[in-house]
Design a protein around this ligand. Structure first.
Ligand SMILES: *Cc1c(COP(=O)(O)O)cnc(C)c1O
Length: 364
């Protein structure tokens, strides 16, 4: 008997295109993955040891508030642990923020080339996402403010932004905040904060501390622990309270909590990763920038490279894949069809990518 009635998703769910992760090589291939902004230096050895030690306690539920992790974060970042909520990756927290503050009839504002998760989590609540034009691949504060309507409830801002690598300086973020009504939540997603070298950058904690409508979201994923799925956010008490009411009661698993705490305290490893990144980000930017390719200056652990046309970008992608380097196409998920996003990877990979792309550019 064929069933004609079946469960139906809420309105709008099936209009959402699924998130597209960066591609990996085929199993068994030794292709180098430069498509997901992962660490080129592995994870902190102390985090690995802590993760492994947790294998002895797998039958016990983890402490539900990630207390040890929040304490480590509080210590190293100078934040009250009570103002922190941890998540199963920062995606978990972003979803929860959307669920708490958005619903049918509401709007969330973001810059056009902002992180592709924001439209998904916004639409999942029944709210509308408003995409605002940028100025040369950088969020435009005036345009964001102009897009605010009485329906606006949330502004999503990745700073630095993925996939462009551009950032707003502290004054610009403060100006954005100052232009928002106090009932609009400004979510500052500082996923790449560790990698920023610009002196006029602020991670967002100053605004969080001074106002009732700002949260900062962070992740361990770009710092060597993508597989462990650990994110954290800092917000005012009323936001922390609301998120804690609906998050999964054990949303961060024990190995992740312990690995995250160890990684947080391993500031030498963090520094080594940042130093490595700054060096090779600058090097790759300088090597690739040419008549054939425009490299957008990045504050993150990747660079976005723009070609004259989408066809040339597709050909460059194919040439890189054939040479064993998998980078990120950003046409379908971000609408930048003439661009590729390249993660800062191991030294040999950076040398290899530069060589391949320079030869490719010369042949155009
Ligand atoms: C990678 C990324 C995240 C997601 O991180 P997870 O903690 O792995 O969920 C969030 N925001 C931005 C801007 C990112 O690039």
């Amino acid at each position: 008997m064929s069933e004609t009635v079946r469960p139906t998703p809420q309105p709008g769910i099936l209009d959402i295109a699924p998130y597209m992760p960066g591609k990996s090589g085929k199993p068994g291939s030794n292709a180098i993955k430069l498509s997901a902004n992962e660490s080129p230096l592995g994870a902190s050895p102390k985090a690995i040891a802590a993760f492994a030690a947790a294998a002895e306690k797998l039958e016990i539920y983890p402490e539900g508030t990630s207390r040890l992790l929040r304490e480590a974060l509080g210590e190293v970042h100078g934040v009250n642990p009570d103002s922190i909520v941890c998540g199963n990756g920062s995606d978990d927290l972003l979803h929860l923020l959307a669920q708490v503050y958005l619903g049918e009839g509401d709007e969330a504002v973001m810059n056009r080339y902002g992180f592709s998760v924001y439209p998904i989590i916004t639409r999942a609540t029944g709210a509308q996402i408003i995409m605002v034009d940028e100025r040369d691949y950088c969020a435009d504060v005036d345009a964001l403010l102009a897009a605010v309507t009485p329906r606006t409830k949330v502004v999503w801002l990745a700073n630095p932004n993925n996939p462009t690598g551009t950032y707003l300086n502290a004054d610009e973020v403060a100006r954005l905040h100052a232009g928002l009504r106090p009932d609009i939540l400004l979510v500052i997603d500082s996923a790449y904060a560790e990698y920023v070298t610009a002196a006029d950058y602020s991670v967002g904690l100053d605004l969080v501390g001074a106002h009732q409508n700002v949260v900062m979201v962070r992740t361990f994923s770009k710092m060597g622990l993508a597989a462990a799925r650990i994110g954290w956010m800092v917000g005012p008490d009323h936001v922390v309270d609301a998120i804690n009411r609906i998050r999964g009661p054990f949303n961060v698993n024990l190995p992740a909590q312990l690995a995250g705490a160890a990684a947080t305290r391993d500031v030498a490893f963090t520094q080594a990763l940042c130093d490595f990144n700054a060096r090779w980000r600058d090097w790759l930017t300088a090597e690739l920038h040419s008549n054939a390719m425009r490299v957008i200056p990045s504050q993150a652990n990747f660079v976005m490279v723009l070609f004259d046309t989408p066809e040339i970008a597709a050909a460059a992608f194919k040439t890189l894949v054939e040479a064993g380097y998998i980078v990120r196409e950003i046409g379908a998920s971000y609408g930048i069809a003439n661009g590729l996003r390249i993660s800062i990877g191991p030294e040999a990979a950076m040398q290899g990518v530069a060589k391949v792309l320079k030869a490719f550019g010369g042949a155009q």
